[in-house]
Write a protein of this length. Structure first.
Length: 135
């Protein structure tokens, strides 16, 4: 009887080890590195290399209160673009940002880069969060 209990416990132990390996932790660092490439290709012309934007035309992403205030809104901003008046760090902007045709992972990588560069520090955006914000 004792032997049976021990072997059952052992099997349980082996199972939990394997199931933990199946779900690796989200690798934020790798995501940020990939995101930088997408940013450089798609966003830099307007929001600039240091995320500083262009005065009175393109709002900054560096230390942007608007960006950091709402994760879901920032996902939708990239997917659908945006227009109309917004206030970023106390300054108003009223321009047009185009929509971007990117995968869930690309949007996640991009926002992880933007939310963790130039003085920004934000929690990871996962591809799953992008998928649900898309709906
Ligand atoms: C053609 C220029 C242009 C490009 C390219 C562009 N944006 Fe924008 N972006 C804008 C404008 C203009 C606004 C302000 C829109 C408004 O007035 O409602 C904006 C606003 C934003 C905002 C919200 C305001 C803020 O400063 O926090 C975020 C976040 C953002 N853009 C991210 C991105 C990302 C990420 C990319 C690359 C995928 C990108 N943008 C590409 C022009 C652009």
């Amino acid at each position: 009887m004792k032997k049976l209990v021990f072997s059952l416990l052992f099997i349980l132990f082996v199972f939990t080890q394997f199931s933990f390996q199946d779900k690796p932790k989200f690798d934020l660092k790798a995501s940020i590195t990939r995101g930088k490439e997408i940013y450089t290709a798609q966003c830099i012309t307007c929001h600039q290399e240091q995320g500083e934007g262009i005065e009175d035309v393109y709002p900054p992403l560096a230390k942007s209160d608007y960006l950091m205030a709402d994760k879901t809104r920032s996902i939708q901003q990239v997917l659908h673009g945006a227009s109309g008046e917004i206030t970023v760090n106390g300054k108003t902007y009223n321009g047009d940002m185009p929509a971007f045709d990117l995968t869930d992972q690309e949007v996640s990588d991009l926002l992880n880069y933007v939310r963790n560069s130039w003085g920004n520090k934000g929690a990871a955006v996962t591809p799953n969060e992008v998928a649900s914000a898309r709906k």
